[in-house]
Design a protein around this ligand. Sequence first.
Ligand SMILES: [Zn+2]
Ligand SMILES: [Zn+2]
Ligand SMILES: [Zn+2]
Ligand SMILES: [Zn+2]
Ligand SMILES: [Zn+2]
Length: 238
Amino acid sequence: MKYAEISHFSHSQHNLKFDYTEKPFKCDGCNEVGIGSRYRCSGDGYQSCDFDLHAHCALPSASITHPFYKKCSFQFLARPPGNERRYCNACEKDVSGFVYHCKACGFDLHPCCAMLPMVLDDGETKLFLYRKVSSSCHRCGRKGRSWSYRSSCKKYNLHVACVREMLVENWRDLYKGHNGKSLTLKNTLEHHHRSSSKGKVQKCCEIAGMAMQFVISAVLGDPTALIAGVVGSLISRG
Ligand SMILES: [Zn+2]
Ligand SMILES: [Zn+2]
Ligand SMILES: [Zn+2]
Ligand SMILES: [Zn+2]
Ligand SMILES: [Zn+2]
């Protein structure tokens, strides 16, 4: 479901408008990075706002179930319960804003993590979401750590957490040297590639271009986000 304009409890002074961006943004609901579809307020004539929400955070369900946790019922909460630090069961990053929480088990899922597609399919490559995989992640070399996407040939594994980290780290590095939000994902990925031409990260670039793009956009909250050509060009430059 897509609306051109919505009102949201977390920013009740203005309506939020749907837009589409190829630049990463920080979601003011869950505090995680996003790309693609978002609901945004840039302010009115009197007040300027810089308020963004992932589509998943703008239009949450009151409660959801997840195929990995068949006995759980997750409720949407605007902030995590209690005073302890809490972690997302999907990506193992902290949860500091919007969250789906199972009261019975204490499990937490970021809204975008909860909505990760079980299968990403570009017509050629299929990637399946696993709660655990037995082979190591292409980025960090470790197993277990968080949910992973694995290709149907089983050659490629990437933790959902690693995909997000890879982009966020490099985005922040670059961001320091730039004024304003003029940074595109293209720069982010090119920088990433340049600054780590050897070692583990290089392996990321062996991953089929389209497959990688699907994983990135799914992890950032919008599996339909088009960043075509970006990763593909990195791979062809080897
Ligand atoms: Zn969000
Ligand atoms: Zn506003
Ligand atoms: Zn549960
Ligand atoms: Zn998460
Ligand atoms: Zn990893």
